[in-house]
Design a protein around this ligand. Sequence first.
Ligand SMILES: Cc1ncc(COP(=O)(O)O)c(C=O)c1O
Length: 367
Amino acid sequence: MRPYFSEHFGNASSIHHHGQETRAAVERARESVAALLGCRAQEVVFTSGGTEGDNLAIFGIVRQGDHVISSTIEHHAVLNSCKHLQAIGCEVTYVPVDGQGLIDPDNVRRALRPNTKLITIMMANNETGVLQPVEEIGKIAAEADVYFHTDAVQAAGKVPLEVNRIVCDLLSISGHKMHAPQGVGALFVRKGTKLQPMLYGGSHERSRRAGTENVPGIIGLGKAAELAREGLARGDLARMSEMRDRIDQKILAEVEATSVNGKGAPRVPNTTNIYFDGVEGEALVIALDLKGLAVSTGAACSSGAIEPSHVLTAMGLPADRARASIRFSLGKQNTAEEVGFALKLVPQTVARLRELSPVYNKAAISS
Ligand SMILES: Cc1ncc(COP(=O)(O)O)c(C=O)c1O
């Protein structure tokens, strides 16, 4: 990326040689992203990230009076877009998930209506890592002649993403979830899809996304896509899923009143979400962070009140168990030593917080 901040600063839309050099690099990056997604380069639209890709897919397709099918566990980039659709006169059906966080494709089929325009269902959930049966959903959409968008932000680089196997018309990815920088992403738009742009301006990105390209970001996304594709082909992620499974096994064996949210469901290799009854997830995140371990909760903290995760509550977890859950995610650079450090730290920290917890004994008795 570095030369594209300095030596190669040309605007990719300029005719002079600086611009042409940059244009060639942007198009090479587009080829790399297309190779990761198994699509044509012309079907890749560069965006500012997952949120923009999700919004463009949804608002680019749906019009007032249309019906949309989504799910209860989508990222807010999709959920809040769907809420806005409802506010402007569209109908949205949110299909539920079961206790493992899985969508039943039959529920998607049953939700179809004559005016259904779009199905938007994520490929991998960002809190649990659970992979949805997108190939079956894609078939249902194709049979019904309805557009299918999948938010593959959490799946890109973690599992193979072939748009023709998924049978989707639109698929969004985000750079910062696959070792590219923040603020860049891409939307696959199948040839022939009638997409209304969200931004009006120049004819960049074949008039699907106006605005001068974020060249260094796009170069970074292209390189990350290339590395992700190579890594997937080499089976590099097996090491990550072994480390993730070790986290699950050790924590469940050593810490009582815990379990994996989404246990047994197919998941991306880098994520696990575990509840620790009697512990506040936020408190655990802070205590672990102070010792050098960065984990997260899915809960959004607004005006001092911690809302339990919509994903975990949709899976049937009671609010206190959802609040007691944290997500561990691994990157390519994580080592077995770091996992060992986490596995020492987590049981100690949970034990200390439970000692201080007025609710823990009750939780232990009720489980
Ligand atoms: C599943 C999912 N969709 C969309 C987004 C939004 O992507 P971005 O942060 O690039 O806007 C995220 C980010 O965490 C995500 O996990």
